[in-house]
Design a protein around this ligand. Sequence first.
Ligand code: F6R
Length: 236
Amino acid sequence: MKIISVESYRKLSRFGANLIAAQIAVKPRSVLGLATGSSPVGIYRDLIDRYRAGELDFSEVTSINLDEYIGLSPDHPQSYRRFMQENLFDHVNIDPARTFVPNGLAPDLDAECEAYDKRISDLGGIDLQLLGIGLDGHIGFNEPSDAFMKPTHVAELHQSTITANSRFFANEDEVPRRAISMGVGGIMQARKILLVANGIAKRTIVDRAFNGPITPRIPASILQLHPDVTVIYSME
Ligand code: F6R
């Protein structure tokens, strides 16, 4: 595991975008596992700039997102599908038919979860998985628990995650209580992992997750067992 500290969010974003751009350059048909939240926004902006400058081509890329809130339609302002459209997909030449986000309105959620894992394996697995980390150590919506959840599953959000995510909603009551999330199995099978964390508030959890014991109480700690993880941390 490489842990790289940088002094600014701008540098975090630049460096993260470098790794993703390199992945696409080396393998134009890459499968990228993508994340939402505030941490990757700068990376997406940087990737858009490179695309506009003619330096990056998404035409053969496939993307598969980590998670989606249950109960939000794809065009809901806070859905993760909409987030991805606004922050990346609408601004680059990725084929819309090759962008996958779980369907939070699926009538049969278990079937949706199973189909999502099948899709990942049909795609040949994820080449590069981008992750953020929650203040409680969650990755995707794999919240602290007694055991690591391997498959894609329906996750109950913990109170600390509901509170943290309420900044994007009018109030805490509007934050969905459940989400579909890729499990740690799908994440750990990615060939490369890039985790980005920024802000002083994340310092303790980054330290506990990557320098402490591996435990499902801190889901991100399992990444210590992955052979190719880069963590970029900025205190800004
Ligand atoms: C988002 C996701 C979450 C976030 C995490 C950190 O798709 O899966 O695990 O990565 O909650 O969010 P930010 O970056 O907003 O601090």
